[in-house]
Design a protein around this ligand. Structure first.
Ligand code: OAD
Length: 247
C-alpha cells in the first residue's frame, strides 16, 4: 500500500466518527470519459464552456447551446462511474457524518450510488421551462428536436447554473455549513477557479479542517492543503480508502 504518498498523521483525521466532506469537480469524471471544462479536450466546435453556458448564449442561439448539451448528455449517457466515484460511495457508507458536494452536473455520483449529494451547479438531466419555471427530469438522449420544448410550447433549458447566474441559495448554504463544520475535507479534481464553489475548501480550512487535495496538477488549493496528492482520482481515492478502512 502506498503509505508514503500520504502524510503519517492522515489516519488521525479519518476516524469513523469524523465529519467528512468531499468536494468534487470535473476531474472526478474524467476517467469515465467525460472531458473536463478547462482541459485540452474542453473545447467544442472552438467554443469554450464560458461561451455556451450563459443565459446570453441561450437567448441568442438556444439551438447551439442545446446541441452542446445534447453532445455532453450523449457522452455522459455512454459513461460509467469510475473507481473515484465508487470510493466516495464507500466513504459515505463508512463515515457517520458524511457530505458530498459536487460542481458536476453529470449525475455520475448518484449513478454510482452516492445519496447525500449537494449538486451546486444543478444537473443536466433536469430541465426548466423558461416561461412557467416548471422543473422536471428530462432523460431524452439523443434529443428528438433541438431545441426541445415544454408541453406548453415554450423553450426548456438545462436546470444548471450558467456563468453570470446566481447560484441557488439553498445548496450553497448547505455546502458552506458542511464546510464550516467538518473535520476533514477531500477536494478532488477541481481547478478551484469558479466562485463561489472555490470558497468551500477555504472555509473548511479556516474552521480547522484537515484538507486533502487530489488532482493531476497543482491548483490554488495546493498551498492550503495539509495533504496534496498529484494523481488520478480513480487511482488515488481507492488508495486513500485502503488507508482509511485498514486502520
Ligand atoms: P475544470 O475543468 O476547471 O478542472 C478540472 C480539474 O480536474 C483540473 O484541475 C484538472 O487538473 C483535474 N483533473 C483532470 N483529470 C483528473 C483526474 N483523472 N483525476 C484528478 N484530477 C483530474 O473543472 P471544475 O473545477 O469542475 O461550472 O470546473 C468548475 C466549474 O466550472 C464547473 O462546475 C462548471 C465549469 O464551468 C458550471 O457549469 C457553472
Amino acid at each position: 500500500m502506498p503509505r508514503d504518498k500520504f502524510p503519517w498523521e492522515l489516519h488521525n483525521f479519518f476516524k469513523k466518527g469524523s465529519r467528512v466532506v468531499v468536494l468534487t469537480g470535473a476531474g472526478v469524471s474524467a476517467e469515465s470519459g467525460m472531458p473536463t471544462f478547462r482541459g485540452e479536450d474542453g473545447l467544442w466546435r472552438n467554443y469554450r464552456a464560458e461561451e455556451l453556458a450563459t443565459p446570453e448564449a441561450f437567448t441568442r442561439d438556444p439551438k447551439l447551446v442545446w446541441e452542446w448539451y445534447d453532445m455532453r448528455r450523449k457522452i455522459i449517457h455512454g459513461c460509467k462511474p469510475n473507481p473515484g466515484h465508487e470510493t466516495i460511495v464507500k466513504m459515505e457508507v463508512y463515515f457517520e457524518d458524511f457530505q458530498l458536494i459536487t460542481q458536476n452536473v453529470d449525475g455520475l455520483h448518484r449513478r454510482a450510488g452516492s445519496k447525500n449529494v449537494i449538486e451546486l451547479h444543478g444537473n443536466l438531466w433536469r430541465v426548466r421551462c423558461v416561461e412557467e419555471g416548471k422543473i422536471f427530469d428530462f432523460m431524452e438522449v439523443p434529443l428528438k428536436a433541438v431545441p426541445p420544448l415544454c408541453d406548453c410550447g415554450s423553450l426548456i433549458r438545462p436546470d444548471v447554473v450558467w456563468f453570470g447566474e446566481a447560484m441557488p441559495i439553498e445548496p450553497l448554504e448547505a455546502a458552506f455549513t458542511a464546510a464550516e463544520g467538518c473535520d476533514v475535507m477531500v477536494v478532488v479534481g477541481t481547478s478551484g477557479i469558479v466562485q463561489p464553489a472555490a470558497l468551500i475548501p477555504i472555509l473548511a480550512k479556516q474552521n480547522g479542517a484537515y484538507l486533502v487535495e487530489v488532482n493531476l496538477e497543482p491548483t490554488p488549493f495546493t498551498g492550503l492543503a495539509d495533504c496534496s496528492v498529484l494523481g488520478k482520482a480513480g487511482e488515488v481515492l481507492p488508495e486513500l480508502w485502503n488507508l482509511i478502512k485498514d486502520q
